[in-house]
Design a protein around this ligand. Sequence first.
Ligand code: NAD
Ligand code: TYD
Length: 352
Amino acid sequence: MTILVTGGAGFIGANFIIDWLQSDGESIVNLDKLTYAGNLRNLASVEDDGRYAFIRGDIGDRALISRLLTRHKPRAVINFAAESHVDRSIYFAEDFIQTNIVGAFRFLDAVSGYWGELPVEEKAGFRFLHVSTDEVYGSLEPDDPAFTEANRYEPNSPYSASKAAADHLVRAFHRTYGLPVLTTNCSNNYGPFQFPEKLIPLFIHNALAEKPLPVYGDGRQVRDWLYVRDHCNAVKRALKAGSAGEVYNIGGLNERTNLEVAHALCDILDEMRPRTNGDSYNSLIALVQDRPGHDRRYAVDASKIQRELGWKPAETFETGIRKTVTWYLENQDWVTAITNADYRNWIEKQYQ
Ligand code: NAD
Ligand code: TYD
């Protein structure tokens, strides 16, 4: 038995593959284009594992996908591959349309063709799990209830709009062709191997370099933070026990404002790696120009996956954030290797 994952060299995909091989035993094929966000160093601990295979390629390359499916005969595929950073989507929207919509469509199409040829019993057990985001539901007011699976799609960034489009295609492939799909819509993840363009690793990286921690706008935007391994476990539960055609929201029950996140990181760093000048890292926090179209609040109601599939997060924000800071402190060589000229150009463009 084999499963095929896409985007496995990125943040969540890499954590998923490592976790899968540690806990399950089934072989896993990783297809990844290796964009700036894909990093094979994330998978160094599994690269010699006989159950793991890596193929460099694009989810939009139908011929390659069809060849891979025929060769490896997966019983399931999980689509993690995407352009994932909201700020980049504001400058480079077309990359997001290309991978998150056109690529996702071609991938669905190739998988659907393969699935259609499977023997009856394999067909019934097959799953196409599409990893999506809570951002498709748009922005909540402070007192609104958290997003349920019944919320209307109201995406506000090119990133969330492209993910929303893919979710609709996934649904359409189920309704029209019968492809046994699952969609998971998860809140903000954090943890090891997250590229330091996203809030938490960027702030850890900047703090250690004595650079400002740029908080957008008034810093009172709220995100619902989930430790990445909890997300991976939810995906595994959905793959194993989810009903075809269903959508599952995944969330951490950890709503925090961006300022609260920044202070939490600074306090842990003050304790674990005090600054040489004796000041707190909190003095590096700087309010900067807001992100255009910035969503005010996300919060996920994860009661469906808790009730129907028995999943709940193992980490609180306090335990997860401590693990994360510890990981970044112990893996500074990983950060150094990816903060190259391309990375510096992006940071300069975004925060100039
Ligand atoms: P990431 O940017 O760290 O990794 C994306 C991976 O996809 C990279 O390895 C990249 O090389 C690969 N990729 C990009 N385009 C590709 C293509 N055309 N073909 C093949 N591979 C390609 O992203 P992430 O944070 O790990 O997110 C993974 C998935 O989870 C995405 O679909 C994202 O929308 C979703 N998600 C992320 C979060 C979060 O907080 N990070 C939350 C909810 C959902
Ligand atoms: P991010 O990690 O980019 O995730 P998303 O936009 O998908 O939620 O950002 C998390 C929050 O942090 C979001 O409200 C934007 C904010 N933010 C900053 O204030 N400063 C930054 O430098 C970054 C990258 C994000």
